[in-house]
Design a protein around this ligand. Sequence first.
Ligand code: CU
Length: 159
Amino acid sequence: MKLLSYAFFVLLSQTTFLHGHEITFKHILIKHPVIPVFGAHMKTAAGYMTVTNSSNVQERIISVEANFATAMIHKSSVDINGVARMEHIKEVTIPANSNVKFEHGGLHIMFVNLEKKLEPFKDQEVTLIFEKAGKFDITFMVEEAKHGFKMDMNHSKDD
Ligand SMILES: [Cu+2]
């Protein structure tokens, strides 16, 4: 049993290592900011992370900016007919002492009009603007997408 929990611990630490870093800014903690890439011909990309608000009042992300693309917040969902849709979200509320996940199939930072080619290991800076904490830059790790992770997004209806 002891050996098992040790193995589990090692696995956990390696996972943490592989999935990168955490950034703290005032009452905000950002975990695993990552942009998966799928080869060299991407026209759009998505950024994922977990945002924790450790204060006792609600916080909001009111804007996102990037120097390598046009950035915005999107939310993916599947409608009643099983059709995947994405909607442009103006702001994201993070309730007091809780977190919001930007993840595949849900909230994500959408990058369109890529001005630079995104390549694994060439990290990119993204600016998040919070209502209370203000503006800060986060390094997103650019990683090759995991096997089986498909970008099932349709941007043809984007404005
Ligand atoms: Cu999107």
